[in-house]
Ligand binder design. Sequence first.
Ligand code: 4AD
Ligand code: MG
Length: 481
Amino acid sequence: MASHTDIAVLYANKPLDTQVTVKAWVRTFRNDQFLAVSDGTTIRTLQIVLNKEEHDEAKLKKLNTGACISASGILKPSLGKGQDIELIADQLEILGECDPNEFPIQMKRHTLDFLREKAHLRFRTNTFGAVFRLRHHLAFAIHAFFNERGFFYLHAPIITGSDAEGAGEMFKVTNLDLNNVPRTEDGGVDFSQDFFGKPANLTVSGQLEAELAALALSKVYTFGPTFRAENSNTSRHLAEFWMIEPEVAFNDIVANQDLAESFLKYCFNYALKHGREDLEFLQEREINEDKLKPVEDRQSMPLIQRLEFVANNEFERITYTEAIDILLNSNHYKKKKFKFDVKWGIDLQSEHERYLVEKHFQKPVIITGYPAAIKAFYMRMNEPDAQGRETVAAMDILVPGIGEIIGGSQREERYDVLVQKCKQFNIPEDHIWWYLETRKFGTCPHAGFGLGFERLIMYVTGMQNIRDVIPFPRTPLNAEF
Ligand code: 4AD
Ligand code: MG
């Protein structure tokens, strides 16, 4: 096949007055002469100028939005507005026709809901091109960040026989015949006849396995898909999402916060550097969308400025107890504007989290020292506070517009305390013997956290629905494509 050049490369190198070939999809065709095409390598389209006489009319008629073409000619400086190069094409080939009466993605504004139904084609729009290029850059940033710091990338299993994490409802994995399920004597499912000889699930988190590796390799991170069968149909929850979970031996909860903060800032800076044009496009888009909203729902800062602001300013760090005090002393609380009551011991609701980050601090906030009763069994017990209340060395990072983006903790490394916690949380020791053994054989303080990849992408792109930052979202009653 003849070689061709990416449009991104043409804009970067501007090989003027040379012969080039581009292969791309038509966006618009004006005056039987000016073709705007995109090959998705950049947000920019390339203008192709056709000399009518050189191309037969039947071919020109096929240059509909969405058609795929190959064009060759000389690259020239452009006199037109909005572009500085154009291709004067003497050869044009239609690689794939596109019937305008059937193609759903036309050059007009489509709603995101409509495009979600057309997820197989929405990559062809500017918005989704920008989002998925940024998704790529952020994935790359994550590997770069950890690799530069001597972390090892660990592949945690996706199918797991353990359900100890307790992070959410699990999807079962089985190859039993569902129309003829083998039964035990007492009528239960006989999992001894199942593929693994016992119940198995899709993982909700790679953390426990990452801890095992960290207690040998010192610094590891996972980056993989995780699954939660929770029936929460919100704009921030997916049934299948990607999570990044670093785990570090010898880190305490403060080092854990430092790592998480510098990690997020690195990702923001990386996107600003490598995805600038896409961010500029998404910023424009957001400004236009905001015009349709009531003033109080609009962003107070444009997207790029927001990212620069959080990349350059310290996150706020407060304890759970301080967070509760702020909420109790707020006018919002006094005027009874919270739907859920506030008192020490509650799990913070998203309205509380939003108040803290969006109204009170207006920047990312790290909250530590949550009540032990509302957090996972593996989080390290703190000394009881002055009032004898039990807290754990947990941390959540909340950001404006999203709420929780990171959850993590220092881990309980003391064998006896951990065994005690397992009892309290009804986790049978024989389910988690391997985890407990690491606390018997050379245990050490260690800490880690989980970043929801899609929530990071939402924050960076300004997209408001998590379904629009993953190519094919899985949510309750939806596994199309
Ligand atoms: O707070 P979570 O449940 O923490 C864990 O799973 C720990 N094992 C992490 C660790 O310490 N290694 O989840 C971590 C993050 C959340 O802060 C959120 O960003 C994201 O994962 N998350 C989801 N993202 C999309 N859809 C869902 N249903 C999510 N549930 C959690
Ligand atoms: Mg959490």
